[in-house]
Design a binder for this molecule. Sequence first.
Ligand code: DQA
Length: 147
Amino acid sequence: HRFLVLNGPNLNLLGVRQPEVYGHTTLSDVEAMCLAHAEKIGVSVRFEQSNHEGVLIDAIHAARGTLHGLILNAGAYTHTSVALMDAISSAEIPTIELHLSNTHAREEFRHKSYISRVAVGIICGFGARGYTLAMDAMKGHLDDLGA
Ligand code: DQA
């Protein structure tokens, strides 16, 4: 199985940005964790980040037909982007929505997610550990599908 772990706006500042909310782990630490975990569970993973909605959409389109699972932390676009939601529907790739923080325990505007409508499931509130949890969940999901 080949996974794309895709990160949206401001996640390049992980570890520096509001560490009381998002933790001290940097995005390159998370990438290293994901690559190590991929080897452990026998999948391959591509790790990307962009601050630009269109670049994220292009990455999802590029994954169509070539990758088996998408793990997406869309950052604030989660709460605003019909375009990202539509890209996921068009790509027809099982998608797990991921957030470091528990968005439901935060401001009201973070409770709504366009991504949830098209996701297999959601992992939020477990910090950086959520990435490896999502990889395990995706592997299990694809195994169940026989994909
Ligand atoms: C986030 C939660 C979003 O509400 C926020 O805009 C982010 C990060 C998270 O990982 O907790 O940028 O997706």
